[in-house]
Design a protein around this ligand. Sequence first.
Ligand code: HEM
Ligand SMILES: CC(C)=CCC/C(C)=C/CC/C(C)=C/COP(=O)(O)OP(=O)(O)O
Length: 482
Amino acid sequence: MATESASFPRPIGTRQRFSALLTATALGVYLLLIVGATTSLTNATAACSTWPTCHAPVDPLSQTQLVVAWGHRIAAVVVGLLVAATAVTAVLGVASRRVTAAIVLGAVLYVIQVGVGAATALFGSAAIVPGLHLSLGLVIFGTIVLALAWDLEVATGSDDDAIEPEPLEEGAVSEGAAGGGRTLPEGGLARARLTAFAYFKMMKPRLMWLLCLVAAAGMALAAGPSLDRYTILATLGGGVLAIGASGTFNHVLERDVDRKMSRTSDRPLATDLIPVRNALAFGGLLTVASLSVFLTINRLAAALGLAAIIFYSVVYTLVLKPNTVQNTVIGGAAGALPALIGWAAVTNEIGLPGLALAGVIFLWTPAHFYNLALAYKDDYARGGFPMMPVVRGETETRKQIIYYLAATLVSTVALAWITDLGALYAATVAVFGGIFLWAAVRLHFEQTEAAAFRAFHASNAFLGAVLVAVLVDALVLTGSLF
Ligand code: HEM
Ligand SMILES: CC(C)=CCC/C(C)=C/CC/C(C)=C/COP(=O)(O)OP(=O)(O)O
């Protein structure tokens, strides 16, 4: 894959400074989108109907709306200056041609956006095309993020970092892999403890907290403060059992290839600690238990639970993962299903807010996993998996992380728009989105395993914090501005 790096040399200090300016501009536009959405959701424009300035309304209840509206206008001025500074710097020759073109387009649209904003304030949003201001804001964010991704590619990329995945050979075990059997300790208690821990590990417990938060957020959006304790317990219980079942099937189906990868070579089935038959029985038992629990809530939740188990164990593990570079993107649907399960557990239907939450998880998944795929690139190549950094190279993978991260940020704005989330949610996505973007940009310049893990942890912290904000907003703060 060709980059423009050869034809566009730039001293390293200038590169980093321009990329930093562009990152700040992208973050600023994102922040403005969030503040803008909050302004609209809180009907703050009503308290501030002159332009460019407005004054304190007589009604003291409108004071907070005034603060929000003023916050939006001040942020618009500051971000406008950032966009202008980025455009001027790019035009002066610091950036490549397509990066400059994207930024200039963003700057021109920004000027138009100021006009649309003024019209909205003076004549009310009904007087212009509904949603125009928000849509234009999203397009501006898109142009700046594209410019950022392309600029980082030019500044930090190289052309030849893809490798051939090793062909899958039945029974081949790599050096250092622990396959070939592990002996259990003699003592009865020690043996039982090791076996129990091995079964526990097959359930992939490290993923559970975040997937449970996803389902909990789905329930909270559907029910608000009236969410009852049984629905919470049964949904999370059924969810944990479903994740355990699919994790177990995943261990069974990947046991041969797990032996070839150093990250997975000590898994209970790769080391023959647990016989395949027992693991299958355990997975089957967990599936039945999970569906039985879901059925006590409603049939739709149970059907979605079964779909998640089948999708992750069969469609992702058997079909997508070994065969297509888009395995992570399409496979993200499995992780997004708990959002719909949570929503369906409360409403017995599939609704738009549940779908919007699922959309956030779906878009977040590549930005989450591609960091690990970078860190374990050689391992995945040894396993014969066509993961993004193996097949398309590290430069392309880092660029795609920025694309999916930006799409995730946009989806969090859409979720707020659809579900009426408040200022706490807005502040959380802005802060943790900023940290996530900063980690992804640093990954471009550092290109180390530590930088990849930093971005991976930032992705988990981002989703965790956003989901907690959704929970607090929907369960505790409903109806209040915050
Ligand atoms: C195609 C989709 C996904 C892939 C390929 C993927 C891959 C991975 C891998 C390989 C690990 C390391 C596991 C380990 O070493 O034990 C991991 C960790 C993790 N994943 Fe994902 N993941 C995906 C989707 C998700 C989703 C949807 C969630 C939750 C919403 C999630 C949450 C987590 C968490 C919480 C960890 C553990 C982090 C830690 O140990 O600090 N993942 N993921
Ligand atoms: C409710 C329910 C059943 C949800 C299941 C969805 C689920 C477990 C989604 C997470 C997907 C995931 C963690 C894949 C791990 O990758 P991998 O399997 O490629 O990782 P590995 O290389 O560690 O095996």
